[in-house]
Design a protein around this ligand. Structure first.
Ligand code: SF4
Ligand code: SF4
Length: 345
């Protein structure tokens, strides 16, 4: 029987700080993830129990969408095959990090929560619950600091799972480079700058040159698919939201032969600063990014929140009142009357 579901309800697992869940998709209203195991810190898993829970959740889903999944954009018509296998992996448990970004949502830098998932994935594979052909996404913290990171990448690569890693690129991984070379992996690296001084202001570590070197090596390894290396620029109001920095960023991307970039705005930072530095020049910056990317033939993706802001640049006030943050930005745009706080050119 068909039900409203998604691949993660059927075949997904997400290792988190204290839980194991079906997915890692958090919703804006803070309702939490669909949890499979509570108080989890890296113990071996009773897979039969886990798959029973997943099957029961799908049975419930056939009657009514469970609270955690309500309105999720992943919901679709699904036919439950009854297969008890995992193909989609997320690793969100690692709290160790080698950067100290001003926009970090948690104190990852000093964190030591980093339980070892490698024996658990080996166990899953040995017991026949593994399905090839899916994806393993590693995020953090800094995934390269996960225990047995290289072994895990190697294990997935050998067994037919594509690897996606969100990394600071401060620590270089040769195993990841090998997987990129085989077109079996992709990386997302948030450099947020085009110069060492701005990088340091954002990341609070002196590692710009190391990151540039890592990007160079990862790009060189990605000859078959250069889009496997995506470099991200998160606009941080008052820090990197000026055209000089964006010019330097594009110069660097060109020099490193990067062909895939992504743009976002730091929501948390803006919120914490009462949006005082968010003015309508954000529109101008995004327009400028689009112009530069087009000129240099670099693929630009604008991430969801910023894309929403851009789509609604002319929207009327009443349509925005339900979304307080956007409404605040809207007020800011309107009250600015063309005055740019930081936009210098
Ligand atoms: S529907 Fe959404 S919240 Fe529910 S398991 Fe799928 S991705 Fe996660
Ligand atoms: S790289 Fe990620 S986890 Fe590390 S400090 Fe920055 S935002 Fe936090």
């Amino acid at each position: 029987m068909e039900y409203q579901g998604c691949i993660f309800l059927q075949e997904g697992i997400n290792f988190d700080l204290n839980t194991v869940c079906d997915c890692c998709i958090s919703h804006n209203d803070g309702r939490g993830l669909p949890v499979l195991l509570e108080n989890y810190h890296g113990e071996l898993i009773n897979w039969d129990d886990l798959f029973n829970k997943k099957a029961q959740r799908i049975e419930n889903q056939k009657v009514k969408t469970i609270y955690e999944c309500e309105n999720c954009y992943h919901l679709n018509d699904y036919e439950f095959s009854g297969e008890r296998k995992i193909s989609e992996f997320h690793f969100s448990h690692c709290r160790a990090c080698n950067a100290k970004c001003i926009y970090c949502s948690d104190d990852y830098s000093g964190g030591n929560v980093n339980y070892d998932v490698y024996p658990i994935i080996k166990d899953l594979m040995e017991k026949g619950y593994y399905k090839a052909g899916g994806e393993a996404t590693m995020q953090g913290g800094e995934p390269t600091l996960m225990q047995h990171f290289d072994e895990l990448v190697h294990l997935f690569n050998e067994n037919g799972t594509i690897i996606r890693v969100h990394t600071s690129a401060i620590k270089y991984s040769k195993t990841l480079e090998d997987a990129l070379r085989q077109n079996r992996a992709s990386v997302v690296i948030s450099i947020d700058s085009g110069s060492a001084s701005t990088y340091k202001k954002i990341k609070n570590v002196d590692a710009f040159d190391k990151v540039v070197d890592s990007i160079k090596e990862y790009v060189n390894a990605s000859v078959d698919n250069p889009n496997n290396v995506r470099i991200k620029y998160i606009i941080i109001p008052g820090v990197n939201d000026n055209l000089d920095e964006i010019d330097k960023f594009f110069d660097l991307m060109k020099k490193l032969n990067v062909v895939d970039i992504a743009l976002d705005i730091e929501v948390r930072y803006a919120r914490e600063h009462n949006n005082k530095d968010v003015s309508k020049h954000i529109f101008l910056l995004v327009d400028y990014f689009e112009k530069k990317a087009k000129e240099l033939k670099i693929k630009l993706s604008i991430y969801s929140f910023l894309s929403y802001v851009m789509k609604n640049r002319n929207i009327t006030k009443t349509k925005l009142t339900n979304f307080r943050f956007l409404f605040n930005i809207y007020l800011k745009f309107n009250n600015d009357k063309g005055k740019n706080l930081i936009y210098k050119r």
